[in-house]
Design a protein around this ligand. Structure first.
Ligand SMILES: Nc1ncnc2c1ncn2[C@@H]1O[C@H](COP(=O)(O)OP(=O)(O)OP(=O)(O)O)[C@@H](O)[C@H]1O
Length: 321
């Protein structure tokens, strides 16, 4: 059963179209990830789904309600964790949670009980009385997630849940997301971390320059990818000039990545190493290593989006975790 349905959804800012008529569905109970590079339209989409931005055109249905005209009703059954926290700096962790609970109309006794429960669940029970501004980045993100689920929503929207925090906090957050999902919460998250998409999501929508170019189960993406053969050659000399020559000599291959001394090729057919060795030898280039690569979601991402892994990695490194 679809809990989210999006049809021809677009958003323009002045003359710039940030989201270009996208379509996708999210099934009840799944973790659905929107994976794409910086500026792809992930935040714009999540903002439209949660009522923080008004679509320019298109339709949204969430939990059977109209997600545009009926957004107030929808907001009762969804939780929102924005990429930048919306909690109050001077309030304590506990008070922030109690305050959020009051915004959802929860009874006073229930608010405090739930806030205490969540602080414990997120290992923040020792710091619940500290002001939010005194929290570390990882603690802030955890409290923001706790605030997003204070009213036990059916669907949780998380925008870049592990960006800008340390590795251990990111791991804890991934674990929490999994636990929430196991208890029945449908999760919609955005990320530009391939590892988050791979570890957390049942299905992934690839979004690039405002277009959803593919939606698929992670398992299926991996299965399809295994059908490709990938080999990496390490060369003793610069191979960067050889791209065209390689592609004309071996028309069935594509080049996945290339650096001065390393080239990674893929082919839908099995790759015989000998003709490649002879090719390089003929150019007086020695192969120091040739190894078969088992495709990762990174390779799948490159194949689908055409975006070089190195470019995406640079973006990821640019965003301190
Ligand atoms: N308020 C705005 N006014 C004008 N342009 C905007 C506005 N918000 C977003 N954009 C543009 O829309 C495009 C999509 O932005 P969005 O924030 O949705 O991308 P994103 O995929 O979430 O990127 P990131 O991973 O960097 O957060 C970008 O080109 C961005 O500059």
């Amino acid at each position: 059963m679809n809990i989210i349905e999006v049809k021809n959804l677009s958003k323009s800012y002045d003359n710039f179209q940030a989201v270009k008529g996208i379509n996708f569905t999210v099934e009840k109970g799944e973790v659905f990830g929107f994976l794409g590079p910086n500026g792809a339209g992930k935040t714009t989409t999540i903002n439209m789904l949660t009522g923080l931005a008004k679509p320019s055109s298109g339709e949204i249905t969430i939990a059977g309600e109209n997600g545009i005209d009926g957004i107030k009703k929808v907001q009762q059954v969804i939780g929102i964790v924005p990429d930048e926290s919306n909690l109050y700096d001077d309030m304590s962790g506990f008070d922030n949670l109690v305050f959020c609970a009051s915004l959802y109309g929860m009874k006073k006794s229930l608010r405090e009980k739930r806030a205490t429960e969540l602080l414990k669940q997120f290992s923040l029970d020792d710091t619940g009385d500290r002001p939010f501004k005194a929290y570390s980045k990882g603690m802030k993100r955890k409290l923001t997630i706790a605030a997003g689920i204070i009213h036990s929503p059916e669907i949780l929207f998380l925008d870049e849940p592990t960006t800008g925090i340390d590795v251990e906090s990111a791991r804890q957050i991934r674990r929490m997301i999994k636990e929430l999902n196991q208890k029945g919460t449908t999760i919609f998250l955005t990320t530009h971390y391939i590892e988050d998409a791979e570890r957390l999501c049942h299905r992934i929508g690839f979004i690039v320059t405002g277009n959803v170019i593919k939606v698929s189960k992670v398992e299926k993406l991996m299965r399809d990818a295994q059908q490709d053969n990938i080999v990496e050659f390490r060369t003793d000399k610069n191979n960067l000039d050889l791209k065209d020559q390689l592609l004309s000599t071996f028309p069935d291959i594509s080049i996945l990545s290339q650096s001065k001394n390393c080239i990674r090729i893929s082919s839908p057919f099995s790759i015989e190493l000998m003709p490649f060795m002879q090719f390089f030898e003929g150019l007086n280039i020695k192969i120091s290593e040739a190894k078969i690569i088992h495709p990762s979601l990174e390779e799948v991402f490159v194949k689908i989006t055409g975006i070089e892994i190195n470019k995406l990695k640079k973006e990821q490194e640019g965003q301190k975790r």
